[in-house]
Design a protein around this ligand. Sequence first.
Ligand SMILES: O=c1nc[nH]c2c1ncn2[C@H]1C[C@H](O)[C@@H](COP(=O)(O)OP(=O)(O)OP(=O)(O)O)O1
Ligand SMILES: [Mg+2]
Length: 201
Amino acid sequence: MSQTIVLASNNAGKIKEFNALLSQFNFEVKPQGDFRVEDAEETGLTFVENAILKARHACEKTGLPSLADDSGIEVDYLNGAPGIYSARFAGEHGNNEANNALLLEKLAGVPEAERTARFHCVLAFMRHKDDPTPIIAHGTWEGRILESAEGVEGFGYDPIFYVPEKGCSSASLPKEIKNQLSHRAKALAQLVEAFQARQML
Ligand SMILES: O=c1nc[nH]c2c1ncn2[C@H]1C[C@H](O)[C@@H](COP(=O)(O)OP(=O)(O)OP(=O)(O)O)O1
Ligand SMILES: [Mg+2]
């Protein structure tokens, strides 16, 4: 019998990646949209708080265990912005084109060496809405911000995120490669270790 886990996200790009990344496990992972769960309010001041808020909200609405992802990009030249506000950087939540355009504009004329950035992904797994010990995992992916968009794969900031180890943007990588290298892949590997330590796998 496979256990159902709700994926506490309404982001289609993330949901696709999780489907691929989680296919090796014996869980049935269903996006919260299947249960008509709407976005939780992301009022936290850290990725960790927001991930817990989202996971708790999905547990509350469905009565099932849930996994949430709060992620974003930290740009050194902007002292860490957009960070936890990545999805709403240009104002409208989830407008990737506007977010990318604003980030390129803020970095106009900034030399390559000062364009360093990293993606963060924090995962929170909760067994139920009152779970006092959510499992938290965190992965990062180092790169820098390009001067213009490149590539059509992925989502969000992928077209303007340069991956030094591959010499191209993350939107130019086949999804299998992104899923080996990304902040999300690393966080998930950490989550799996925590599941193993708790004898959940
Ligand atoms: O691999 C990635 N490649 C490109 N961009 C990415 C990635 N991972 C996160 N990001 C960006 C997208 C969004 O601007 C923000 C996440 O915001 P975040 O609130 O966690 O997600 P969201 O509101 O889109 O969906 P939801 O909260 O329903 O999971 O960081
Ligand atoms: Mg969100």
